[in-house]
Design a protein around this ligand. Structure first.
Ligand SMILES: *[C@@H]1O[C@H](CO)[C@@H](O)[C@H](O)[C@H]1NC(C)=O
Ligand SMILES: *[C@@H]1O[C@H](CO)[C@@H](O)[C@H](O)[C@H]1NC(C)=O
Ligand SMILES: *[C@@H]1O[C@H](CO)[C@@H](O)[C@H](O)[C@H]1NC(C)=O
Ligand SMILES: *[C@@H]1O[C@H](CO)[C@@H](O)[C@H](O)[C@H]1NC(C)=O
Ligand SMILES: *[C@@H]1O[C@H](CO)[C@@H](O)[C@H](O)[C@H]1NC(C)=O
Ligand SMILES: *[C@@H]1O[C@H](CO)[C@@H](O)[C@H](O)[C@H]1NC(C)=O
Length: 344
């Protein structure tokens, strides 16, 4: 039989054997309730990993010998320590109480502990279970991912803890959607652009606050021109053409007049390219500037274009009327002529 942790001195081990034979009932014998008022061990003890556990046993003055055992190994017999583990200390050995303490409890300490006493030459035992709780911890989670629209995504979140943590996935941004999986795995088939954003894995048990970790899912899609605006401008005034597009990754813009690409830095012209739009500014519109302009938005997944017309006052009677959307003028209804080409 194992005397794990017991000092390996021969006489001591002999005493262990004697204790076992003469007085310590082997671990596993249940407490006989009813006749045995003592020893009275406490209920099961639940502690968190790293904390200290106190094992108490109530005795009376008829008790002549006492011991605490971990499974079948003696931890303490009376005031004598039998195990080498420095975390185990004697807390009290009085006429009424026999208690030990285990510091820095770890999961392998979980299990049955036995208080064994001898009263009037009768051995009695009482058992208490030490239950060790561990805070949840996420040990493995998917990395941030970039995927083309329509693809399949599989996210994984593995967590440990005692008791086993409950794992959930939520879609938290750009718009909180709430729980979408009550599982370590989250499968999204045919992902859409609306499903991009941050996903949060949460692992919780009752031991401590839930732990969370986030994964960013980027959904790539080809450009989509949402708006193309033109203003009617008389000669000598400032004219602006605006092309708005959404795309992931962000679109790159090019401008054409009829079939000719507009060169960067052309005199009297400014092109401002931002992530979601491109703006073409004519500082001083001339007759030659009037015409059909095409904005092309592209990224690695494709391209699309939209055409709009820069009109002079000849064609536009109230040519300075600003944004076409707000105006009811008939000429403005012709605009923009969007060609949403090659959409995937
Ligand atoms: C103590 O823990 C053991 C093992 O987990 C369990 O079988 C037993 O029912 C528990 N006793 C009490 C009183 O909670
Ligand atoms: C109790 O016994 C187990 C199994 O032998 C051992 O791993 C653990 O360290 C022991 N704990 C104490 C406090 O003695
Ligand atoms: C995505 O999953 C569906 C259903 O499991 C499957 O039919 C389809 O081929 C998958 N698509 C890709 C790109 O793997
Ligand atoms: C615009 O261009 C015309 C013709 O080149 C010029 O006469 C006029 O002064 C310019 N206006 C401004 C505000 O630069
Ligand atoms: C402007 O150009 C585009 C592409 O070249 C063409 O499809 C469209 O019909 C033109 N619009 C007008 C009003 O000419
Ligand atoms: C605009 O889209 C149409 C339709 O896909 C295409 O035929 C045309 O070449 C595109 N124009 C430019 C300037 O890319």
């Amino acid at each position: 039989m194992g005397v794990g942790g017991c000092l390996a001195l021969p006489w001591r081990c002999l005493v262990v054997l004697c204790l076992r034979l003469l007085f310590l009932v082997p671990a596993g014998v249940p407490v006989r309730s009813g006749d045995a008022t003592f020893p009275k061990a406490m209920d099961n003890v639940t502690v968190r990993q790293g904390e200290s556990a106190t094992l108490r046993c109530t005795v009376d003055n008829r008790v002549t010998r006492v011991a605490w055992l971990n499974r079948s190994s003696i931890l303490y017999a009376g005031n004598d320590k039998w195990c080498l583990d420095p975390r185990v200390v004697l807390l009290a050995n009085t006429k009424t109480q026999y208690s030990i303490q285990i510091h820095d409890v770890d999961v392998y300490d979980e299990g049955p502990y036995t208080c064994s006493v001898q009263t009037d030459n009768h051995p009695k035992t009482s058992r208490v279970h030490l239950i060790v709780q561990v805070s949840p911890k996420i040990i493995d989670i998917s990395s941030d991912i970039s995927i083309n629209e329509g693809g399949n995504v599989s996210l994984t979140c593995i967590a440990t803890g005692r008791p086993d943590p409950t794992i959930t996935w939520r879609h938290i941004s750009p718009k909180a959607v709430g729980f979408i999986s009550e599982d370590e795995y989250l499968e999204i088939t045919g992902i859409t652009r609306e499903q991009s954003g941050e996903y949060e894995c949460s692992a919780s048990n009752d031991v401590s606050a839930p732990v969370v970790q986030r994964v960013k899912v980027t959904v790539n899609y080809p450009p989509y021109i949402s708006d193309a605006k033109s203003t009617g401008v008389p000669v000598g005034q400032k004219g602006i053409l605006l092309c708005e597009a959404s795309a992931v990754p962000s679109a790159e813009f090019q401008w054409y007049k009829d079939d000719k690409r507009l060169a960067e830095g052309q005199k009297g012209l400014k092109v401002e390219n931002k992530a979601f739009f491109s703006r073409l500014t004519f500082f001083n519109v001339s007759e030659q500037d009037y015409g059909n302009y095409t904005c092309v938005a592209s990224n690695q997944l494709g391209n699309t274009n939209a055409s709009m017309i820069l009109y002079g006052p000849g064609a536009v009677h109230d040519g300075n009327s600003g944004a076409w959307r707000r105006s009811g003028s008939a000429w403005l209804l012709l605009l923009p002529l969007a060609h949403l080409a090659r959409q995937f």
